[in-house]
Write a protein that binds this ligand. Structure first.
Ligand code: FAD
Ligand code: SF4
Length: 510
């Protein structure tokens, strides 16, 4: 069952074996694994249940409908925009389907430096296998690579930079290119069309428009979840109370620590250690029309500048990016005529972004309301240097791919490089917050896994230290920045937590 709590109306009191909060990359997996094993599961999802027929492929309609704070979520100083989904299926409904397992050197670093000795590739293999099967992960075919990604690949190959065509989770993709606004063809194998229906078919009661406001524990044991029926503006119109033997918090790396802090749970490290995989972009302008936004948005991946075997703590990758008009307009510098001049060449534009494996650590704290948490994040000098270096390589790749000019969107004055100009001018200008658009689609690590509460918030199976039966299963459990696309790691760790709950069920349900 998937129902809108808002449409049901009134106040509800429910009892369940397990209450899952959030239906995205982690929550949907837990709900499906537990309900198919026979547990009675209730899911509370604050966002609406939109489906393929609602995805109109229009930015003005989809950004406010599908994203937290209508796509305007940002750090408190406004320097980093953070995109997160707010709908049944969470951010997987908008993601771009890069599908990677956790890199082995990252798992090794988590074992050796964070004491998480059970996180071996072998131990995680069954979870990866289940997730990849359910999400239909497979390599992208040569004929599915669009113009944008071909140009970027050609530029990287000319320069001898290492890169590869990735795997993805699409089935029957018609290559429309609208992934970020939701797939109108049900081809993207997001949680919305995979794990969520699986959970529902197995008997999970999934309430959309149902926001968790607080989690209650007594005597070191989780007891119940209190929530409200909400619309897009967050105003409560009714209540829900779910008593459960176990609660799995999977509201994403911003809302999960916010909820724990509001509930007085999780200890001192809740909300600390925020990593963002911050990204900055360069725009290349070509003589011919590319229509870079058509076709599968991301299929190529440049990994020349990250060597996790030698140093698992730093580095960056380069990823093709094509925006739609509104998103691109917000990224491009200038005002009035200058801005219009850039946007007039929209169909000749190809973007390449630097995505950083960041060591800078920020914080999430409760704000005025659950809809507006306080997010702080300051880039370290080393991370700023890497982003600037990355932009130099973006410019090189775009020129090698045939761009006539490359624009680095510094504010208030963009840097415009013509063919033959020295791109190291980017390093002289430097990357400073507030002076260039920085975006994040991967907030993580705010309830990190550790071996003790002084180091983190949850144990290696996702259970909150000192609160029996309360688990976290989303991107907030990563011990450090991941340094790779996170959806498969999120889902595999959530699968592992679900199977741990099943193995402990006789004790947890007693
Ligand atoms: C634009 C974009 C592109 C991306 N591209 C890729 C990619 O190509 N490859 C990749 O690996 N990853 C990608 N990702 C990241 C990937 O989608 C995430 O790793 C994954 O969705 C994280 O899962 P999660 O459970 O942590 O959070 P989410 O999927 O965001 O789910 C959290 C859910 O909790 C709900 N929630 C929040 N607060 C409450 C509350 N109080 N009560 C009830 N519900 C609540 C939210 O509405 C949301 O549905 C992308 C993300 C974005 C935004
Ligand atoms: S490119 Fe494929 S997965 Fe993306 S929206 Fe179009 S049909 Fe769906």
């Amino acid at each position: 069952m998937i129902a809108s709590l808002l449409e049901l109306g009134g106040d509800r009191v429910e009892r369940a074996d397990v209450c899952v909060i959030g239906s995205g990359g982690g929550g949907a997996v837990v709900a499906a694994e537990l309900s198919t094993a026979g547990l009675d599961v209730v899911v509370l999802e604050q966002g609406h249940h939109w489906t393929a027929k609602d995805f109109t492929q229009r930015e003005d309609e989809m950004l406010p409908r599908l994203f937290e704070e209508a796509g305007m979520r940002a750090t408190r100083d406004g320097s980093v925009t953070i995109l997160q989904g707010r709908n049944v299926g969470g951010s997987t409904v908008h993601n771009l389907c890069y599908a990677f397992r956790t890199p082995d050197p990252i798992l090794r670093m988590w074992r050796e430096e964070h004491g998480l000795t059970s996180l071996t590739p072998e131990a995680l293999a069954p979870s990866f296998a289940r997730v990849e099967k359910n999400l239909r992960v497979k390599p992208i075919r040569e004929d599915e690579i669009n113009t944008l990604n071909r140009i970027i690949r050609s530029g990287a190959e000319t320069l001898g930079y290492s890169g590869f065509v990735t795997k993805h989770n699409r089935e029957g993709c018609v290559q429309s290119g609208y992934c970020i606004l939701g797939c109108s063809y049900d081809a993207k194998q997001s949680m919305l069309v995979t794990y969520v229906p699986k959970a529902s078919a197995a008997g999970a009661r999934i309430y959309a428009d149902a926001r968790c406001d607080r989690i209650e524990a007594e005597g070191g044991r989780v007891q119940r979840v209190l929530g409200s029926a909400v619309g897009p503006d967050g105003t409560p119109h009714g209540s829900i109370e779910v008593s459960a033997r176990a609660v799995v918090l999977a509201a994403g790396a911003v809302a999960s620590p916010d909820l724990l802090q509001r509930s007085g749970l999780g200890g001192d490290r809740v909300g600390q250690d925020l990593h963002l995989h911050p990204s900055v972009m360069a725009a290349g302008f070509f003589d011919e029309e590319l229509h870079a936004y058509r076709g599968i948005p991301q299929s190529y991946y440049i990994d020349q500048f990250i060597d996790l075997e030698s140093d698992p703590h730093r580095g960056y990758v380069l990823m093709p990016i094509a925006g739609f008009p509104v998103l691109t307009a917000t990224q491009m510098p200038g005002f009035g005529r200058d801005h219009f001049a850039q946007m007039r060449d929209f169909s000749r534009m190809a973007g390449l972004l630097v995505l950083l494996h960041d060591r800078s650590a920020g914080q999430v704290r409760p704000g005025d309301s659950l809809s507006r948490p306080r997010i702080d994040y300051t880039l370290s000098a080393d991370d700023r240097r890497q982003l600037a270096e990355g932009l130099v390589h973006c410019a090189e790749v775009l020129f090698a791919g045939g761009a006539r000019r490359v624009v680095i969107p510094f504010q208030p004055e963009a840097l415009v490089l013509q063919r033959g100009d020295d791109p190291t001018e980017i390093i002289r200008r430097g990357v400073r917050q507030g002076e260039i658009t920085i975006a994040s689609t991967h907030p993580q690590s705010t309830c990190r896994m550790a071996t003790s509460s002084s180091q983190g918030v949850v144990n290696p199976f996702g259970e909150v230290f000192d609160v029996r039966g309360l688990f976290v299963a989303d991107m907030s459990v990563f011990p450090t920045s991941l340094g790779a696309p996170p959806q498969i790691t999120t889902a595999a760790l959530a699968d592992r937590t679900a199977h741990h709950i099943l193995a402990r069920w006789p004790e947890l349900s007693a």
